[in-house]
Design a protein around this ligand. Structure first.
Ligand SMILES: [Zn+2]
Length: 162
């Protein structure tokens, strides 16, 4: 069983095309990346040679990941495609191949193995605190302060949060 899951950033970085291993991705991600024109032939080859398979996560897996994203504060920064990649990796207990900080942070908080594309890796795990520079209050899952209307700033609080 293939255990590598590619998110969109992995495709943009060209990883699936350079790897001999079998990898999985979801329909939404495939729809997002298939326009990369210079990769058209390469994508067909990956599918034809069974090095790329498309599998969609169950609704229950998406729910688990969405709940975790709300807790870490990554939810606002993640697309439906991002969530689907983490949900699939969670469901098959696979390695997530990603170049995206928020995706990686969320996956690590869920205890998933992440294969970062950047050579320096992503060491910082934590959860995002959103705070108002006006009243110094902290909020989660909000973009604007409900008290003053300021756009909330955010900083990463280090350490596992879940
Ligand atoms: Zn405020």
């Amino acid at each position: 069983m293939a255990s590598r899951v590619y998110d969109a950033s992995a495709f943009y970085a060209g990883i699936p095309f350079a790897s001999p291993e079998i990898g999985l991705t979801t329909t939404v991600i495939f729809e997002e990346i298939k326009h990369i024109k210079q990769r058209h032939g390469a994508l067909d080859t990956l599918l034809d040679t069974d090095r790329l398979r498309i599998k969609d996560p169950l609704k229950s897996s998406i729910d688990v990941v969405m709940n975790a994203a709300k807790k870490t504060g990554d939810a606002q920064k993640l697309s439906k495609a991002d969530i689907s990649a983490v949900a699939l990796a969670h469901e098959i207990k696979g390695n997530l191949v990603t170049d995206d900080f928020a995706v990686s942070n969320l996956a690590k908080n869920l205890g998933l193995q992440v294969n970062p594309i950047m050579t320096k890796g992503i060491k910082d795990v934590g959860h995002w605190i959103h705070y108002c520079v006006g009243c110094s209050k902290e909020f989660s899952g909000l973009e604007f302060c409900p008290n003053c209307g300021n756009k909330l700033s955010r900083r990463l609080l280090k350490g596992k949060s879940l």
